[in-house]
Ligand binder design. Structure first.
Ligand SMILES: Nc1ncnc2c1ncn2[C@@H]1O[C@H](COP(=O)(O)OP(=O)(O)OP(=O)(O)O)[C@@H](O)[C@H]1O
Length: 214
């Protein structure tokens, strides 16, 4: 008889998720079904295979025309607030709320996400060298510094699902080393998933790779 699932086990089920951008007939994501367990999963594929679009769909930032996803028993479409409280996403765009400083940005988000941890935020501030920028509006910071602030905040929210789009891009050596430590920890986790898209080598062993074909 199979073991009963452990209460902390992680589960994301994607079912027939389908999406075409407005005004286009071609579906960039077409009936995508996939089961994900915990750890660090690398979503790979050639340019234009819809990797970024898939992360945005799973983040709830784009609405699918068909299909859905279930995260820890919460349905993306039927329970959107409960679902989104379990997801953090860092895309290619600068973080929203550009008038806020990194400290205010994390303070705002930590009120929305139940597992956000100030101690983790401080550890990522240090790892990404963000101390000098904590009080400055995000919009006044360089693109790389904004990206690091977004990564630090997303990592410190400790959501069951963390989605990162090209997180290694444009990072200085010390920040890259810090992010790689975080990726290595994510690969060991049993109660959460870090799903990432990267054209760069990760520098750590992922738990699994998902290869998309054109
Ligand atoms: N906002 C948008 N409006 C219309 N089409 C879009 C939009 N964003 C992406 N696309 C199109 O959707 C397709 C998939 O794009 P997406 O960025 O998801 O692919 P990707 O696999 O992440 O690509 P890459 O490896 O180049 O980053 C592409 O053909 C792209 O031109």
């Amino acid at each position: 008889m199979p073991d009963a699932p452990h209460p902390t086990d992680f589960r994301l089920q994607v079912r027939a998720l389908s999406f075409a951008y407005p005004g286009q007939t071609r579906r960039v994501v077409d009936l995508w079904s996939q089961d994900f367990g915990p750890g660090l999963v690398w979503l790979r594929g050639a340019n234009g295979t819809g990797k970024s679009t898939r992360l945005k769909l799973l983040a709830g930032a784009l609405a699918p025309q068909y299909g859905s996803a279930e995260l820890q028993g919460c349905d993306l479409l039927r329970q959107p607030l409960d679902y989104r409280r379990q997801v953090a996403f860092v895309g290619a765009e600068p973080p929203p709320f550009e008038h806020l400083s990194p400290s205010e940005y994390f303070g705002f988000l930590s009120g929305l996400y139940p597992r956000a941890a100030v101690a983790d935020w401080q550890q990522h501030i240090e790892g990404f060298g963000l101390q000098p920028f904590l009080g400055q509006p995000l919009r006044s910071l360089s693109t790389g510094t904004q990206h690091k602030a977004a990564l630090a905040a997303a990592l410190a929210l400790n959501t069951p699902l963390l989605l990162l789009d090209e997180p290694l891009n444009a990072l200085d050596a010390a920040s890259l080393a810090h992010l790689r430590q975080a990726l290595a920890r994510a690969a060991e986790a049993r109660d959460r998933l870090l799903l990432l898209v990267s054209h760069e080598e990760l520098g750590v062993a992922p738990s699994a790779c998902v290869e998309l074909s054109a």
